[in-house]
Design a protein around this ligand. Structure first.
Ligand code: ATP
Ligand code: MG
Length: 353
């Protein structure tokens, strides 16, 4: 199809109609998900979860808990996956993902994904994977000298995730754009080789920049030990906020502060009401408020966001089997779609013996 460089759709501007006819479905499907490598944090909330809660009202939303992909880096601890899957599901339900609108899927239970990944891997070159800028950055961050086959190939397996459910749209941050371009390339190639069974997905670009971590240096991430988790209790959150770095040049509360370089102020901009944020900016710059008070205000803002989430979390925490039932129901529904796509794929490849 088209080869020219496209601009990705911006989430808030994306027109529903754009996607309507690509799949022949009555409304567009999105695929998104997380690797269950630990609890989700405020960075996930701002960068993807919040958006998903809104998107599920407009799109047929599929959310993949990518436990196989978690193994690409955490293959030495598969025994942690069960608990991590459960905790990620709790995080989803707590933020307001609802099973009536979003299909939550456990990746490893859809074995068709492995088959489709193998078929794709026949015609994607190793160089295309090695030169993927996101893979390069991640490998560097993780200190990998040599790349495992599974890690190098995770964008191929992600393509299978998207393609098998016939997703039209994939909500992503900027770092994920190279993967979507690759997915489009793989799908195009598949369709050229065997006939057009698969849908070329579009990226739905999230506008939110990365949330900075409590260290004020790196993005908030589980691996960097600089995160506030959605499941942290309030005392933990309070003490984490206390440790966060502020404007170093400020010794006394009456010293004029520089909100523009302060991590805590960047959190206010994200989590506090705009009036409070304005007042803090004014009072900090004028040396009228100290960092302790400012941090307390932030704590209250974050707490207010988390209170309704904690209620839902508590409800589901006490109903473990209900949570697993939601996961199994989503997975079963997804499995039917996956096996139908794989049937078509094999038919197109003329290997439907
Ligand atoms: P890991 O340590 O396992 O890499 P992580 O905490 O860095 O975990 P990822 O699983 O790498 O989180 O992130 C998945 C997606 O969540 C990202 O592609 C991005 O969309 C979103 N995300 C993660 N961290 C942030 C952040 N700090 N700010 C905004 N979005 C984020
Ligand atoms: Mg990461």
């Amino acid at each position: 199809m088209e080869n020219k460089k496209r601009n990705p759709a911006i989430a808030s501007e994306f027109k529903f109609e754009n996607a309507q006819n690509t799949s022949g479905k009555s409304y567009a499907r999105i695929l998104t998900g997380d690797r269950p490598t630990g609890p989700l944090h405020l960075g996930h909330f701002c960068g993807s979860l919040k958006n998903r809660v809104a998107l599920q009202n407009i799109y047929d939303t599929f959310i993949l808990i990518a436990d196989v992909q978690a193994l690409t880096t955490n293959f030495d601890h598969p025994e942690l996956l069960r608990q991590n899957i459960f905790n990620v599901a709790l995080d989803y339900l707590a933020v307001g993902i609802v099973p009536e609108k979003s299909t939550i899927i456990i990746q490893s239970m859809i074995n068709e994904l492995a088959e489709l990944t193998i078929f794709f891997s026949m015609f994607i070159s190793i160089n295309a994977l090695k030169h993927n800028p996101t893979i390069k950055t991640e490998a560097k961050e993780r200190g990998y000298k040599e790349l495992n086959y599974g890690f190098l190939g995770y964008p191929v397996s992600q393509t299978a995730d998207i393609a098998i459910f016939k997703a039209d749209l994939v909500p992503v941050g900027l770092d994920q754009l190279p993967h979507i371009e690759l997915s489009r390339k793989i799908v195009r190639r598949f369709n050229e080789l065997y006939g057009g069974a698969l849908i070329e997905p579009e990226a739905l670009l999230s506008e939110f920049p990365k949330l900075i971590g409590l260290d004020g240096n790196l993005k908030m991430s589980k691996s960097y030990g600089n995160a506030i988790f959605l499941s942290d209790d309030f005392d933990t959150i309070k003490s984490k906020i206390k440790t966060a770095l502020t404007d170093k040049s400020r010794i006394h509360p009456s010293d004029p502060g520089h909100p523009d370089i302060c991590t805590i102020f960047s959190y206010h901009k994200t989590f506090s009401e705009s009036n409070l944020t304005k007042n803090i900016e004014h009072d900090c710059t004028g040396g009228l408020i100290g960092c302790v008070q400012c941090k307390n205000n932030l704590y209250e803002s974050i707490k207010n966001i988390l209170i309704p989430m904690n209620e839902k979390r508590q409800y589901y925490k006490e109903r473990t089997s209900e949570v697993w039932d939601i996961l199994f129901a989503g997975t079963n529904k997804a499995k039917k779609i996956a096996s139908e796509t794989l049937r078509e794929v094999k038919e197109n490849m003329k290997i439907n013996y």
